[in-house]
Design a protein around this ligand. Structure first.
Ligand code: F6R
Length: 600
């Protein structure tokens, strides 16, 4: 979703901004722009489409040492050059980039800016016009900016240039992520440390409702009442090679291949000196103290939550409910007496999940975040955090973060259960090691999956994924992967549910991908496959060693029954990958999607 960069120093700002925006491409966007301070004022370059299109129009002759940049994922107004950021005030004195949504922008327009002509349909333009209005009324820029911020309802990360103060970038944040990076006689602004890792690894976190005045040699944080805030920087522990594709054609394939290493890293990270799986005792206490766990998440992380429910209920015997974050915030169920909230989020920035977390904290309940990004908003604002240790996930379609979420949820369930004399039935360290090896076998034999993708998914317009028990949840994830990157209409169903309506959609040749990895429901899912075949479906059964039947299309290596979702998802990720590739889709940056969904 929208990304922001800014640079102020003494080298060419254009190139640093453009490279920064390229690093933010993974977040998803449909237009991009930069604004730079020059001898003759602020120059804006913006374009619908990719950063490569923006590069084409940026004048290489422009000399500039200060600027801001933006990738836009359209919310208010279609993707277009007019709606692309940066936006300028009427006199072009002020220039602004914004990530977030201003909920009261129409009201602000009516109340304060009735005589202003707007050039875009965005909510953002209201902000930059308000700053100009307050400056015209006599306020200092800093004050005018703070005054404007105090009127905004909603989420924002902002970077503002003032033509009359070319040595300063004004920055502010509420709910949307933003960092200020520190350099030697330069400073930067970024939605994500990855964007500016090329120039610095030292960053200062911003809290909600703070503004920052950034020059090339100073960074001053203030609350909206003007009070100055001191905050030590942190080192972004990202390896520049983690965010490169290397020899891979796509990040998604690289990230699928990284899964065995991620599982091994998680085992290590959660092992104590005695080699036993261990989790912060305070978290174990919180889990065992609750009478019901509420897992809240979105998309792939929600699918991980469904599997996590099974893990926790079976290993720790605690009832679990799993909720879609965007619904939970507005339609909260009746809560138990001692609830514990678990937020699962790869990015730690998903606005829907964050809205729930804010609400839950207001109600005074404890919350645990399971995330891949230390220091992310959801991590900072929850009482406890468990990290995924998956390394940066750049492809929009989540793969390694999902398997990492399952592994961490299994460890949490086991450690919490063990504290009560329950836990995983076997040696979880050993079984997760077997899982890592099994995933290795799968990624090493991916050519077989490529054949299946070609055979089943090259021309179809739809596909169904069916499974029972844990396989059902993995089917949901398989369908999401396929639809988001190949644009094939794909749906996941519980095997037994098809005949309650959906089976009407089965036609001659409709691909039905059936997972059969669960001994307890093997016969039933086989029955469901027969039902769809009888109606013309083209079945692709993915089973497991020990449960396979003659016509199964792919047989997974055997792993512990409860841990099968960690490996059965891998062929589904690869199926989606190859289907998208065969259909010439942009695998890493699917249309309309954003990696980090920072608006509700
Ligand atoms: C799908 C995908 C999304 C995310 C969802 C939540 O491949 O990546 O469905 O899972 O947007 O994001 P996080 O986990 O960052 O909260």
């Amino acid at each position: 979703m929208c990304g922001i960069v800014g640079y102020i120093g003494n080298t060419d700002a254009k190139e640093i901004l453009l490279r920064g925006l390229e690093k933010l491409e993974y977040r998803g966007y449909d237009s991009a722009g930069i604004a730079v301070q020059t001898e003759t004022g602020v120059q804006v370059f913006k374009e619908k489409g990719r950063i490569a299109d923006l590069r084409e129009i940026v004048d290489p002759a422009v000399e500039t040492f200060t600027g801001i940049g933006h990738t836009r994922w359209a919310t208010h107004g279609e993707p277009s050059r007019e709606n692309a950021h940066p936006h300028q005030s009427t006199t072009e004195r002020f220039t602004l980039v914004h990530n977030g949504v201003i909920e009261n922008y129409l009201q602000l327009k009516r109340e304060y800016l009735a005589d202003v002509t707007f050039n875009s349909e965005t909510d953002t333009e209201v902000i930059v016009q308000l700053v100009e209005k307050f400056v015209n009324e006599g306020l200092e820029v800093n004050e005018a900016f703070r005054n404007t911020l105090s009127l905004l309802h909603g989420s924002y990360a902002l970077a503002l240039l003032d033509r009359e103060n070319p040595d300063t970038i004004y920055v502010a944040k509420n709910k949307s992520p933003l960092l200020v990076g520190l350099g030697d006689v330069f400073n930067v602004v970024a939605s994500d440390a990855m964007a500016m890792l090329q120039v610095t690894d030292r960053y200062v976190e911003l809290m909600d409702k703070e503004m920052v005045t950034v020059t090339k040699d100073s960074v001053t944080l203030q609350k909206l009442n003007g009070e100055v805030v001191e905050r030590a920087p942190f080192i972004a522990e990202l390896d520049a090679s983690d965010i490169e594709k290397g020899t891979y054609p796509h990040y998604m394939l690289k990230e699928i291949d990284e899964q065995p290493a991620v599982i091994r890293k998680i085992i290590q990270a959660y092992q104590n000196e005695a080699g036993e799986l261990s989790i912060d005792p305070e978290i174990v206490e919180a889990v065992n103290h609750t009478d019901r766990i509420y897992i809240v998440a979105a998309g792939t992380s929600y699918h991980a939550g469904l599997v996590g429910k099974e893990f926790i209920e079976k290993m720790a015997k605690i009832p679990v409910e799993v909720h879609v974050a965007s619904e939970f915030a507005y339609n909260m169920p009746l809560l138990s007496e001692k609830p514990l909230f678990v937020f699962i989020s790869q990015s730690g920035e998903t606005a829907d999940s964050r809205a729930c977390l804010v609400h839950v904290k207001e109600l005074g309940y404890p919350a645990l975040t399971i995330t891949n990004v230390p220091g992310s908003t959801l991590s900072r604002e929850a009482d406890y955090t468990l990290l995924l240790h998956a390394g940066p996930e750049i492809a929009v379609a989540s793969t390694k973060a999902y398997t990492a979420q399952l592994a961490v949820l299994a460890i949490l369930a086991h450690v919490a259960g063990k504290a009560k004399g329950l836990g995983f039935e076997a040696d979880l360290v050993q079984e997760l090691g077997i899982v890592a090896n099994a995933i290795q076998v799968l990624v090493d034999t991916k050519v077989e999956i490529e054949y299946i993708a070609r055979e089943y998914l090259s021309v179809t317009r739809n596909a169904f994924f069916i499974g029972r028990a844990l396989d059902y949840y993995v089917g949901l994830e398989g369908a999401l992967k396929l639809k988001e990157i190949s644009y094939i209409q794909a749906e996941g169903f519980a095997g037994g549910e098809l005949k309650h309506g959906t089976i009407a959609l089965i036609e001659e040749g409709t691909p039905v991908i059936a997972l059969a990895t669960q001994p307890s429901v093997n016969l039933s899912i086989r029955g469901n496959v027969k039902e769809v075949v009888a109606r013309g479906a083209y079945p692709c059964v993915i089973s497991m060693n020990g449960l396979e039947e003659e016509d199964d299309r792919f047989v997974l290596p055997e792993v512990n029954e409860m841990l099968t979702p960690l490996i059965s998802v891998v062929p589904l990720q690869l199926l989606a990958y190859y289907a998208a590739l065969h259909r010439d889709c942009d695998v890493d940056k699917p249309r309309n999607l954003a990696k980090s969904v920072t608006v509700e």
